[in-house]
Design a protein around this ligand. Sequence first.
Ligand SMILES: Cc1cc2nc3c(=O)[nH]c(=O)nc-3n(C[C@H](O)[C@H](O)[C@H](O)COP(=O)(O)OP(=O)(O)OC[C@H]3O[C@@H](n4cnc5c(N)ncnc54)[C@H](O)[C@@H]3O)c2cc1C
Length: 470
Amino acid sequence: MSLMLAQISRKVLRATSVRCAASQWRLVRNASTEPSPAEQPAEFYDIIIAGGGMVGTTLACSLGKNPRLADRRILLLEAAAGFKPPTGQSYSNRVSAISKGTHRLMKTIGAWSHIEATNRVKPVLKMQVWDACSDALITFNYDDMAENISWIVENDVLLASVYRQLEGLDKVQIRYSSKVEECSLIRDGAAMSTVRLANGERLSCELLIGADGYNSLVRKAMAVDNFTLAYNQMGVVATLKLGPGAANNVTAWQRFLPSGPIALLPLSDDMSSLVWSTSVTEAKQLLQLNEPSFVAAVNEAFNKTYPRNNIIDDVTKNITSLISSTTGQKLEPAPAIEAVIENSRAAFPLGLGHTSTYVGQGVCLIGDAAHRVHPLAGQGVNLGFGDVQCLTDTLADANYSGLGLNNLSQLVRYEQERLKHNVPVLLTTHGLQQLYTTDFAPIVGLRSVGLTITNALPPLKKFLMNYAMS
Ligand SMILES: Cc1cc2nc3c(=O)[nH]c(=O)nc-3n(C[C@H](O)[C@H](O)[C@H](O)COP(=O)(O)OP(=O)(O)OC[C@H]3O[C@@H](n4cnc5c(N)ncnc54)[C@H](O)[C@@H]3O)c2cc1C
């Protein structure tokens, strides 16, 4: 009954909105026979998602496929001119380490089979993380986890697979070259949220979702506080060819240098993806180097001996030797890099961000629009995909029970659920970034002992890994 009433009131709302807009339009039409997009009635969608990156596009698909939202029309607005699915064999330099939660979501929406069919997804069976300023290391093995630790997928491969799932979903429309330039939210006194596109066109909706990245316009329209911190670091990415002897490339490597972490993520048996977080100055220099010098710099970063403190070395050596005698874990060298793929180098600014609230009446935020983290723990987009799953469930329940899509108490449920997961990950990632971007001896000592002891306690290790990659 409540569902029926909700559907009737929705139809009335929609009809009224189009009628009001249409009568304004008729008035305008008397003056001119060719109305501009701004003069036309605002077309109504139940849900408008601003931003068609990995998170926004996956949300469109997840909502579109949910049977409890079958009566809802969804519009995805993306500023870019279009999306070109990856072709050929060359790997993109933008990749993500995908968590188990993301893997589950991709399976639920049917995209995982496409991702697998591309043969461009590499399971990570082992991970080695170590400190350049001491002997401290931690390893995670397939055996410890009894499942893959994560999967490495190119962002474009993931997006292309989600797009395949959107094909034939008539209730989801995608519009490219559709930059949202202005948002009027329900709390501004309007009955619905309205967006204005760069071409002047206006669109209205019951729920506006900001998936428009860390500079989110939707967030700005919400006028909420947004905490930001620039790390004054850039993430240098590149696609690398490994040297001979690197067969069975199933390990993710991360070494914490005093300037920031450098990571190697497996793409295939002989290719890996680089994410090197470093100072802005060094990042710019790395982009300028010729290819052989860049390869030499990467190899050096993984192997160079940094100045050591004898006391820290003694303490960690004692703990390490104790552990090695019981677990047999020793530091393994990362594979040697043979070449960098032409034009695969790029650098991205790194920062932290978190908004004071994810939701408002008829509006909510997901993905980087709500939270931004340093890539050292490979969590950014995984948090966004967690938002997707939670928001889908929340909206499906709200719609099924006739509460409507812009019901604030329902949206607050989504916010509370996600804050519980996102904030600890954000704080831990920031803490690690701070802890490791120094060679100050007492801090090096503290973190080395902590890492070494964590490595010695498999249940703790498993708990941390499962939490991070769930
Ligand atoms: C070097 C590096 C490595 C990373 N590695 C990992 C990793 O291994 N694992 C992981 O989980 N995360 C990783 N991340 C983080 C991850 O890339 C981001 O969290 C993720 O891309 C955020 O996705 P999003 O869809 O929320 O935002 P975005 O990717 O920023 O997408 C936003 C979209 O909105 C569009 N848009 C913006 N404004 C408007 C507008 N006004 N109107 C319409 N459209 C608009 C943009 O064109 C864009 O397509 C990494 C990040 C970096 C920098």
